[in-house]
Design a binder for this molecule. Structure first.
Ligand code: KG4
Ligand code: ZN
Length: 348
């Protein structure tokens, strides 16, 4: 039998929310191309992602984005060994666009199809930064739709330890940005405003859900910010318009500090419980510098210190490199999907 000597090239496709993305990655590690068409401008005036608009934009962009990823990588169909797609979790009418494109290409090119869990792919972004993974490892995945802690044996062996029971961390950032009338997307706006604010100016609640829980809850803090800005009775107009830039910055910094406090304490809890040598951080909120620094401090001050692996900044928010990279492990394990593959809105 002929053995393949060239690297395994995987085309990854991502369309779970508001980014249409495609990438070609060799052997799960070498990024040959990464193309992302962001829809942020389209959703800006609504202050959040509108599923129908997202789906239509994915339909328009999916083939140009894939064609560009192939061209930038300098590959043709014959050089591709498998087509991978994030099929869960996400907005079903957005996911279906990527899934349909991937199935069509897999069928026409006669290449295997690989189904990828979007959250597990975020975790894989953190592994991109490291040559080896020292076990045991715990992973914190913080995105716009999810907040999860995993016990991580390998890229394919993940055990969910805890997740949010209401809002995700990124969702809380986005909603609080709307309350503070800061531009969409909220996460980067809050981080920018918080730079000039005092993190102890307002004592927002930290919801820990009991002494041993590894679940998260962020709806309480969002409501606390709303009450702070509109008064407990919610009868008057928002005070935000009459607040100074400094007051807004103080609220942003205090909110950010409270969310990070919870994320770090829960991750520390999970790391202690599993005796983790390594902590992984991925997802859109992982782009936040304060969170990265706070987790680094937690890892450095643990005894013995733990190693922190953060997803590179360009692979924190949604991208297809993480999809193609994780797919390499499924390719090696022979874990393929077939043309009955469907999008699923849920799946941690
Ligand atoms: O992973 P992602 O691109 O999409 C989902 O899978 O949901 O994450 C997007 C989320 C948004 O809620 C966005 O506000 C948040 O990540 N985000 C941030 C930052 N950059 C993006 N949150 C806090 N600080 C940031 N710098
Ligand atoms: Zn994501």
């Amino acid at each position: 039998m002929e053995t393949q000597t060239r690297p395994v090239n995987i085309l990854g496709i991502e369309s779970s929310c508001d980014e249409t993305a495609a990438a070609v990655v060799a052997d799960g590690r070498t990024v040959k191309s990464s193309v992302i068409a962001s829809q942020a401008e389209l959703h800006k005036k609504y202050g959040g992602v509108v599923p129908e608009i997202a789906s239509r934009a994915h339909i328009e962009k999916i083939y140009p984005v894939i064609a560009e990823a192939m061209a930038r990588a300098g590959v043709v169909a014959a050089d591709i060994d498998a087509v991978a797609v994030a099929n869960q979790p996400g907005l079903t009418i957005a996911l279906i666009v990527g899934v349909t494109a991937a199935k069509a290409l897999s069928f026409v090119w006669e290449k295997p199809l690989i189904a990828i869990n979007h959250l597990h792919a975020h975790l894989q972004s953190a592994m991109l930064a490291a040559e080896t993974l020292e076990l045991p490892a715990v992973a914190l995945i913080v995105s716009g739709g999810h907040t999860c802690l995993y016990d991580c044996e390998s890229p394919l062996e993940l055990k969910l330890l805890g997740s949010t029971i209401d809002d995700a961390a990124g969702e809380a950032f986005d909603k609080v940005a709307t309350i503070l009338k800061l531009p969409y997307p909220g996460g980067p706006s809050i981080e920018k405003a918080a730079k000039y604010g005092a993190p102890k100016a307002v004592d927002f609640p930290r919801s820990m859900l009991g002494a041993s829980s590894l679940d998260f809850s962020f709806s309480g803090i969002k409501t606390a910010v709303l009450y702070y800005c509109r008064g407990q009775d919610m009868k008057g107009p928002s005070n935000v318009d009459s607040m100074s830039k400094q007051e807004i910055a103080d609220i942003a910094a205090s909110f950010q500090a409270a969310v990070i406090d919870v994320l770090v304490k829960k991750t520390q809890r999970a790391a202690k419980e599993t005796d983790a040598r390594t902590v992984l951080l991925g997802g859109g909120v992982a782009a936040n510098n304060e969170l990265r620094c706070a987790l680094q401090q937690m890892c450095d001050s643990s005894k013995p210190p733990r190693k922190l692996l953060c997803a590179p900044k360009q692979y924190c928010t949604d991208n297809a490199v993480m999809v193609a990279s994780l797919a390499y492990h499924k390719f090696k394990a022979g874990l393929f999907a077939d043309l009955t593959l469907e999008p699923k809105s849920r799946g941690q």
